[in-house]
Ligand binder design. Structure first.
Ligand code: GRF
Length: 186
């Protein structure tokens, strides 16, 4: 299968996906909505075509997503992996790619959905949190869960230490889930 990664920021998950040899699909496109994002340079270094598209240059979410859809079709992509894509996916994309858009979120959903999930868990003082890979639906971090992995929070953790521990888990879990999901695809 051919896939696109959508990202808005650093792109460490994108990088981890790209560095996985037996992913069982080809990532042929990086879509980014932030022109200055570090992930763009990462993609260029890895030789992955990038499509940078600023939603502000399009009248509405529908128009913006139509442009993305066209690019996805042109690239013959059948799966979308969100990796730090800081935007709600609307019905235009969801309708065409339903059950073929997945996301990674740094908490054990349904706990701590939305922004700064790691900070939310840290502030709540929980003794464990984790990582979730899930299908996208029209809510915020509400779609069907595919896989979860727990990550401990230690009493003397700083938020940075916890973030680091969570990211390490993300970087192995996401490629692993992708591989298992797409193993039997053409
Ligand atoms: C990750 O923690 C991911 O779970 C969340 O956004 C972050 C993206 O980090 N959705 P990166 O850009 O992949 O480094």
């Amino acid at each position: 299968a051919r896939a696109a990664v959508f990202a808005s920021g650093t792109g460490s998950n994108f990088q981890a996906i790209m560095e996985t040899d037996d992913l069982s699909c080809d990532v042929v496109l990086l879509v980014c909505d932030q022109s200055g994002a570090a992930v763009i340079e990462k993609a260029e270094k890895l030789g992955v075509p990038t499509f940078v598209c600023d939603p502000k240059e399009h009248g509405s979410r529908i128009d913006y997503e139509r442009v993305l859809l066209e690019k996805l079709y042109e690239s013959d992509v059948s799966w979308v992996f969100l990796a730090g894509y800081m935007r709600i996916v609307g019905p235009t994309l969801l309708g065409e790619f339903s059950a073929r858009i997945i996301n990674i979120h740094p908490s054990l959903l349904p706990d701590f959905p939305g922004l700064d999930a790691i900070g939310q868990a840290y502030e709540a003082g929980v003794d464990s949190t984790g990582v979730t890979v899930h299908y996208i639906d029209d809510g915020i971090d509400t779609g069907p869960i595919i896989a979860q992995e727990e990550v401990p929070v230690y009493p003397d953790d700083t938020k940075e230490q916890l973030t680091e521990r969570i990211q390490q888990v993300e970087h192995t879990l996401y490629p692993q889930v992708i591989r298992q999901l797409l193993e039997y695809e053409e």
